[in-house]
Design a protein around this ligand. Structure first.
Ligand code: DX5
Ligand code: ZN
Length: 229
């Protein structure tokens, strides 16, 4: 039931295909794909061409996290490039309901991403349009930052909304967390209600010398901590 989604932001981009194959072979569930535009966030990363390039290398879902403004223009491009899940920040879209519909029309699962200071009230009228809710536990833009502790209470609040919605509708929405997740905090993050975990530096800093076995060790450690929950 728990999903581990390594963020390739911290992978070795010179060997990206190999990194994707190795991290999935080591037991990761999804590939988390961070898209930054040097506009909505102060960094510039990868786009649909890179998504398309890694698509044939794995059957694992590609979880595209859009940190871009505007959002809608790029959604069909990522769907064509093989994305399975597309999430975006509500502040970055002029029409949140329309963007969620656009993602679904393009055959992908859809979700909203909340920055540390973004209120959860954006959920109020769109629960039936969401497959996933992503809470940022760092400010978006960079890997390797410290987990912000107040995310734990926010996760509990999001979990309560999701559980209430599931009781009414029978539909399950995933709760993902992104930023500063490591073996030493993943258990308390899970206890707060998260069921999908992005980990960038925790996974890839362990194996950047090309020793794929180390990904096994880190992902094994994350799963071992989750078993205690
Ligand atoms: C930050 C990105 C994250 C980041 C996580 O803007 O959305 O996905 O890569 O990296 P770590 O796990 O190193 O905090
Ligand atoms: Zn991300």
């Amino acid at each position: 039931m728990y999903v581990i989604a390594p963020s390739i932001l911290s992978a070795d981009f010179a060997r990206l295909g190999e990194e994707v194959v190795n991290v999935i072979a080591a037991g990761a569930d999804w590939i988390h794909f961070d898209v930054m535009d040097n506009h909505y966030v102060p960094n510039l990363t990868i786009g649909p061409l890179v998504c398309q390039a890694i698509r044939p290398l794995t059957q694992a879902p590609i979880d595209v996290h859009l940190m871009v403004r505007p959002v809608d223009r790029i959604v069909p491009d990522f769907a064509r490039a093989g994305a399975n899940i597309i999430t975006f920040h509500p502040e970055a879209s002029e029409h949140i309901d329309r963007t969620l519909a656009l993602i679904h029309e393009n055959g992908c699962q859809a979700g909203l991403v909340f920055n540390p200071a973004t209120p959860l009230h954006y959920l109020d009228h769109v629960m039936d349009k969401l497959d996933i809710i992503l809470l940022m536990s760092v400010n978006p833009g960079f890997g390797g930052q410290q987990f912000i502790a107040s995310t734990l209470t926010k996760l509990q609040a999001a979990r309560a909304r999701i559980d209430a919605y599931q009781r009414d509708s029978g539909r399950r929405i995933r709760l993902e967390v992104d930023g500063g997740v490591k073996a030493d905090n993943i258990a308390e993050i899970a206890r707060a209600g998260a069921d999908a975990f992005v980990a960038g530096s925790a996974v890839f800093s362990a194996g950047n010398d090309g020793d794929a076995n180390r990904y096994d060790t880190v992902i094994g450690a994350l799963r071992a901590r989750l078993k205690e929950v």
